[in-house]
Ligand binder design. Sequence first.
Ligand code: ASP
Length: 271
Amino acid sequence: MARLSAGESALEGALAAAVVLEDDPRYNAGTGSALQLDGETIGMDAAVMDSTGQLGAVAAIQRVRNPILVAREVADTPHWLLAGEGAIAFARKRGHSDYYQVTERARRIHREVLTALQSGTGEAADRWRGFDLEAYWNFPSTWSEVLHRYGSSTIGSVAMDDAGRFAVCNSTGGASPMLFGRVGDSPIIGCGFYAGEEGAIAATGVGEHIVRRMLCKQVYDWLVLGMPLQEALDRGIALFPDSIPVGLIGVTREASGTANNRQMPTATLVE
Ligand code: ASP
């Protein structure tokens, strides 16, 4: 809000909010990112977009503190999305130094996911039932090594500035359990995020389900047809069965809103 009050763009405002949330270890993005199944790898996805055509994203990026700032820099290139090793090399070239932190919370969630997969009970086990994990295991350490050695809450921000421009930022450590190289909805345009002349929308939840519904573009298209924001957000959530956690935030010229099927913290600032 300070950025917006100082006359900066919606994108700078949304970006500042996203950086604060990435640095807060309570969230699954940046510093608090979830561990992949080996209990060591952190792969992050992030994206920025605004209604003036700015668009940048990173997928499966490792060892940077603020993926959202790297995504912002991708928007300055002729590309929109960089992934994996290329994204890391790009980040280093742009001065983002090596950064690797595993929070206690990420370790606890990793342990819980392993327990769930082993016992076959719980949400993670339900989602992966029937999947032969060992046959597809792609980490350097083996599945049984990991078992012997030893979840989700992505961040998003949407903003509108004085000039009526809209922006969205989205950043995540992914949805556990995850194989090496997994990319979710968060860096995929129209799925985890969308911004245009009518507003900005960000999503959270299990990426594999969100991409199949192209959720944020779907909600945005309802806005284009004249549907009020809250109704569009609620409809978006209603596309999913209750067993799939999902949440949305959005802003339009008339309103801001949130909808979800789990408890999720949100905050609204209005000048
Ligand atoms: N949507 C993110 C993903 O699937 C996770 C989340 O929102 O919690 O990577």
